[in-house]
Every structure is written in C-alpha cells, then in structure tokens.
Design a protein around this ligand. Sequence first.
Ligand code: SF4
Length: 265
Amino acid sequence: MKSLSELRALPHTSVSAIKTFVQCPRKYRLNYVDKVEFAFRPIALAIGTVWHDVLGHWLGSATTGSAATPEELRERLRTGIEAAVNADGPPVLFDDAEQNLAGTIDLASRMLDAFLREVVLPEKTLGIEVPFSLQLSDPDTGELLPVPLVGAMDAIVIEGGCRMIWELKTAKQRYSADQLCYDLQSTAYRLGAHDDGPIDVDVKLIVVTKARAPVVQVERLKGGLQAERDLQATAASVLRAVAAGVDHPIRGWACRGCPVAHACR
Ligand code: SF4
C-alpha cells in the first residue's frame, strides 16, 4: 500500500471533499479545484491535527509497553498547538470559545485530561493513520467511479482481543443519533479495512467535546450494507456534479467561518 501522501498525489476524492461539496458546491470548487489560498486557518483544524498527533503518540506507547505519561502528552499538546498557531501561512482564526493561544491550550489540556480519564489504552496498536484507497462504484449502474476515495484510518487496535478501528474526533458538542447513524467517515474506514483484514470490523468513535467541562462520547458504529450503498451513491453523485461544473453557492451561517469567502463572488 502506498503512503497517504503518495495516494493524495494521484487523482482522488475523499470524505471531506464529498462533505464539502454537499455543504457548499462553491466552497468545493474554490478549495479543491481552484485551490484558493485560505484567508485564515480555523483553530479547529489546528487542534484536530495536534490532537491526532498526541493521541497517536499515546496509542504508539501501547506497543512499546511503557505508556506515555499525562505530563508528557500535555507538553506535546501544548508545543504542538503553539507550533500550529505560530506556523507560517494564513493566520489562525480563533473561535469565540478559544479566543487566544493560552485559552486554546487550556481547553485542549482539559479535553486531554477527560480523554485519559475515560479511555483505556488498548492491548496493542496495529497502526496509526493507516492509509486506504477505495475503488468505489455507482450502486445503481455498477460503473466504477473515475477516481478512488482516499483517506487514513485514525488507528487500528486490538481491544478486548478484537481488531477494531478507532475514529478520534473533537467537536463542539456530542454527536447526535443521526450523525452517528449516517457517519460517512466510519463507513469509509470500514470499507478501507477490507483490504487489510476481516471485513466485519467495528469502528469505535471517540468524540471529546470542546466545552468548559469536556465530555467524552464513546460509540460503537456497526455500519451496514445501506451505509455502504449510501457512501457509494453520494460519492458517485458528487463526482458527476463536479464533472458537470455544478458550483452554486450555499449562503448561510457557514459563510461566516468560510476560509475561502474572500474569493466567493
Ligand atoms: S462564503 Fe459561503 S457560499 Fe461562499 S464558498 Fe464559502 S460557504 Fe460557500
């Protein structure tokens, strides 16, 4: 299997690209086709990247036999956020709740403490950021889609003697029942695991909320044939729409936090 960067260097689509198109076709075009430079980097993106790095380090310590200490993880989180915020490129835009660097580090530290209180290190970590490339087909016609869907599973672990995929998220609030039911990402993970092990692999979603008192939501996502069909139908429809030049704007609350709004006429 190629590395994620090698897969991304080839023509492909992704769950986030599909979700972007569904949210706003104009944003998709500006971001993925025109490749307009962002006016700012949302702080949520910076937190998400560092969060995965820190938890990846923690999960990696399951294999070495000496668990990373909370102090070590907090320090990695702090330096990671500082580096992300101070990196070259467009400035970071803070949310209302995280108005500055110190507040963001404080919030992320509380989230990490909550995570470590609630989540037990698995017996073994088989892989972190495991890349996959899915050749999807249109479920109605059977026609192969013109590009593969590429992504990376956050982690594959052995937990309770079973192989499982972990999906690690941060979010403003708990996932709703509908979000859990129709999570495209976990369906892609499950399909992505087909080439790398048993087909019937569970996905465990672990969400930590960005709140004054962070909540850790742990859910086992079973998926199913309907979810897989929905992912393929959505990907096929979006790729057809992109090829046809569909790029209308969807104006609304999301425009306020849109990093390509400066190019959206
Ligand atoms: S500003 Fe609004 S309409 Fe324009 S691309 Fe962004 S989300 Fe879409």
